[in-house]
Design a binder for this molecule. Structure first.
Ligand SMILES: Cc1ncc(COP(=O)(O)O)c(C=O)c1O
Length: 394
């Protein structure tokens, strides 16, 4: 049996991390994998998470199974954090999942069950795991234009022209905020236009929100998702707590399915429970419980929000510093887009050859499509990166 297996393609982002670790240069710079790092290069455990874990260890008196959908206190709290009061809770089915990736996988499986012929539309580019899972599930997919290589902003005219091709019942995957890998995001007016267009076409929005709180703030980052949820008869959402709670390895996420009416919730929620049962039975609980404790305890929540806000402002400051540095060194404003982008990533628009040159000459590691992790920078490395970008001829 095992002799029939073929090597699978290596994950490019993880392979880049290996290459970085193998590089002996002391001044190498890692701008690869999408993990937040503070100025000292560490990915810290957030204060509120530490405190919640301390309480959990002291107070938890059972590790018996939770529900198949996870603890309702968790799914309610996270639902409210993401959706606010955009849509009545009785239309929203929720299931806890292993991370945002688990949520994406469950949402896609639900789409496959409910609408096997649907095409899932992805932004070009998108997070590579999106097409990879869709391909693995044997579903049909298509791309819509998203990134404008000239302005490094959103090619909104191209996006809308491509979304004109969607058919009733198709699914359109959108990044809720902090688009990965580009950093370029829709304005609220554009969200509205996309939402109206999908409704007119009878298409279903599917929002992947993995960086709420990393862009313009916890509420502002959910605004597009909420607008669409208030407007769409049906919608799917995959959420991750990996980044905004800094609990990457705890695998904490949630899938939500918004039905047109409350009467459909029993079957929709039952289907999510069924899918959890088939794939891994009960979802992980530790991270979910920590998130619940933080979101439902005013003191812990305030501390978490303050730390998240400091993380967000720190990344904005790094963006500004890099854009300023490039403005000076290039004698132009052509890199100002870095300060306009939001979230952990920016796509520089460098060619693969230029990316390779920066790796060879300067020990700077970024994804081959020139995505940089802004959080990988600090005051010392910003001038080095800026000069390398100029020297590479970007
Ligand atoms: C766009 C996007 N969606 C979802 C995820 C899921 O993250 P996780 O499965 O670690 O929660 C990520 C993580 O990098 C991401 O970038």
């Amino acid at each position: 049996m095992l002799e029939n297996l073929k090597p699978q393609p290596a994950d490019k982002i993880l392979a880049l991390g290996q290459a970085y670790r193998a590089d002996p240069r002391a001044d190498k710079i890692d701008l690869g994998i999408g993990v937040y790092k503070d100025a000292s290069g560490k990915t810290p455990v957030m204060r509120a998470v530490k405190e919640a874990e301390r309480r959990l260890v002291a107070e938890q008196d059972s590790k018996a199974y939770t529900g198949l959908l996870g603890d309702p206190a968790y799914t309610d709290a996270l639902r409210d954090m993401i959706l606010g009061d955009a849509v009545p809770g009785d239309r929203v089915s929720c299931a806890a999942t292993p991370g945002g990736t688990g949520a994406i996988r469950q949402a896609l499986e639900l789409i496959k069950m409910a609408s096997p012929g649907a095409t899932v539309w992805l932004s070009a580019p998108t997070w590579p795991n999106h097409p990879s899972i869709i391909k693995y599930l044997g579903m049909s997919m298509a791309e819509y234009r998203y990134f404008d290589a000239a302005t490094r902003g959103v090619d909104f005219a191209g996006m809308m022209a491509d979304l004109d091709q969607i058919k009733s019942g198709d699914v359109v995957l959108l990044h809720g905020c902090c688009h990965n890998p580009t950093g370029a995001n829709l304005t609220l007016e554009q969200w509205q236009a996309v939402s109206d267009h999908l409704n007119a076409k009878g298409a279903v929005p599917f929002i992947d929100i993995a960086y709420q709180g990393f862009g313009d703030g916890l509420e502002a980052d959910a605004a597009g998702t909420r607008l669409m949820a208030a407007n769409a008869p049906q919608m799917l959402i995959a959420a991750s707590c990996s980044k905004n709670f800094g609990i990457y390895r705890e695998r904490t996420g949630m899938v939500m399915a918004i039905a047109p009416e409350a009467g459909m919730k029993t079957v929709t929620q039952g289907t999510l429970a069924y899918l959890n049962r088939q794939n891994y039975s009960f979802p992980p609980d530790h991270g979910a419980r920590v998130v619940t404790m933080i979101l439902t305890d005013p003191e812990l929540k305030a501390d978490w929000m303050a730390e998240l806000e400091a993380v967000r402002l720190g990344m904005l400051e790094l963006r500004k510093q890099l854009a300023d540095e490039l403005r000076k060194r290039s004698n132009s404003d052509r890199f100002d887009f870095i300060a306009d982008h939001r979230g952990m990533f920016s796509r520089l628009g460098a060619t693969p050859e230029q990316v390779e040159k920066m790796r060879v000459d300067n020990g700077i590691y970024m994804i081959g499509d020139s995505r940089i992790n802004i959080a990988g920078l600090n005051a010392k490395t910003i001038p080095v990166l800026a000069q390398a970008i100029i020297d590479a001829g970007v």
